[in-house]
Design a protein around this ligand. Structure first.
Ligand code: ARG
Length: 449
């Protein structure tokens, strides 16, 4: 096959290799979405008199076949074709003739790639959210199961006060749910149809951009055609940025669990199937998934920076630099989702050693509660602090729970109303399901629309 812009001139092989880059491989993920967007564009071209009904119907059939082939791994992109957009047009032309030669009317590969990335990004954001909510569900189960499991609470990596493992897990469940409004904002940012921007300056045809948006299930059209082009990379950085913030929380949880599951601390044990072995030391079971999550959080943040520095370095409109924002976006979204899925598995299979959690508590970790006992009896805080400070070990009452149970105010480890299910979890699931159904119906809507 050949490049869409090939007019017979020679192209240096090294230049071809450099400019094509990894597109033939990366675009395989985008092809089903590009095919969907192309089908919507084709239907619109009927409305404005460029394609006949039959041509559009043939295109729709062929594009659906392409999407299915790509999803099943049967679609190949020849580097001679440059990218997925070209591979699609070439297949349409070779199978359908003129209909294929007309499909590119009123568009450019620039808005094609943005459309495919937004459609892919919506699905990827839903995949991520689904897995993130799965982590929250397991954390909430652990939180209720261990609402009374006494364990040291740390500051500075040193024992501070007694707490419960339930309180610890509930903290992460709550923090992860804090990301949902940002995820919704990222969704809204993605949920705008770019199609019809062409190369950034529109075309001299009455493109019906609203119709295309409606067919693709986009909430609205992104209006200014140049703003659409300026959004390449910008949207990706924003969406992956939201995702990276959530993965950062997972990285911190992973970091703790690596310590909590060590021989020395032993608060928890990682199930064998969620650890990996050593090729030299026969006894070892290592927390590799947690280490990867910890490192993946760093990587996701770096990928956001990579995208930001790339789009931030170019002026308005399309620049080939922007092609290099594709890989970090795809990589980051996939890695983040994999982190959530693996984290949910690790947590679901986690065994808690209640006795070791309790045994690790230093007597002096009860000191602050002893201070507050004095305060409740009327002693000024600083006086009580000094008194207990003379013998902090003496504050211990034999049962760590006796300490944290006295902290009953809202959100504290002994809060009798704490640990209930956070309604934001169910709301997040409903948010996800509603959007998932809409995406799943995309081809049906096109066929019917
Ligand atoms: N593969 C290209 C990219 O990802 C598609 C757009 C190419 N456009 C162009 N004007 N050369 O950016």
């Amino acid at each position: 096959m050949s490049r869409l812009w090939d007019k017979g001139e020679a192209l240096d092989a090294a230049v071809a290799r450099l400019t094509v880059g990894r597109d033939p491989e990366l675009d395989l993920r985008l092809v089903p979405y590009d095919a969907l967007a192309s089908a919507a564009h084709g239907k619109m071209l009927v409305r404005i008199g460029i394609l006949t009904d039959e041509e559009a119907a043939d295109l729709l059939d062929e594009l659906k076949g392409i999407a299915e082939d790509a999803a099943a791994g049967r679609f190949a992109i020849d580097p001679a074709d440059e990218d997925g957009h070209t591979a699609i047009e070439n297949r349409l032309t070779s199978r359908l003739g003129d209909a294929g030669r007309k499909i590119h009317t009123g568009r450019s590969r620039n808005d094609q790639v943005i459309a495919a990335l937004r459609l892919w990004g919506r699905a990827a954001l839903l995949d991520f959210t689904e897995q993130l909510l799965a982590v929250v569900a397991v954390l909430s189960d652990l939180a209720s199961e261990h609402a009374a499991t006494s364990v040291p609470g740390y500051t500075h990596g040193r024992q501070a006060m007694t707490t419960t493992l339930g309180h610890y897990f509930a903290a992460f469940a709550e923090s992860l749910l804090d990301h949902l409004p940002w995820i919704d904002a990222a969704w809204k940012h993605l949920d705008r149809s770019p199609l019809g921007s062409a190369s950034g300056y529109g075309v001299a045809l009455p493109l019906d951009r609203e119709y295309v948006a409606e067919l693709l299930g986009f909430d609205r059209v992104q209006s200014n055609t140049l703003a659409v082009q300026n959004d390449r990379g910008r949207t990706e950085a924003m969406v992956l940025g939201v995702v990276a913030a959530a993965v950062t929380d997972l990285g911190r949880l992973a970091r703790d669990l690596i310590s909590y599951s060590s021989e020395e601390m032993g608060f928890v044990r990682l199930a064998v199937e969620t650890t990996t072995g050593s090729s030299i030391m026969p006894q070892k079971r290592n927390p590799d998934p947690l280490e990867i999550v910890r490192a993946a959080a760093v990587r996701c943040r770096h990928l956001v920076a990579q995208i930001g520095d790339t789009y931030g370095g170019v002026g308005a409109g399309y620049h080939r630099d922007l092609q290099l924002t594709k890989e970090p976006f795809l990589e980051g979204m996939i890695l983040a989702t994999d982190c959530c899925t693996a984290m949910a598995s690790v947590l679901a299979a986690l065994e808690v050693d209640v006795e070791r959690c309790r045994a690790a508590i230093e007597p002096a970790a009860a000191a602050t509660d002893a201070v507050y006992r004095e305060v409740r009896a009327g002693t000024p805080f600083r006086e009580a602090y000094r008194k207990i400070g003379r013998d902090p070990q003496g504050a211990y009452r034999g049962e760590p729970a006796a300490s944290w149970r006295e902290r009953t105010h809202r959100g504290a480890p002994g809060d009798p109303n704490g640990g209930g299910t956070d309604p934001r979890h169910a709301a997040g699931l409903a948010w996800h399901d509603e959007r998932r159904e809409k995406l799943a119906a995309a081809w049906d809507r096109l066929v019917a629309g």
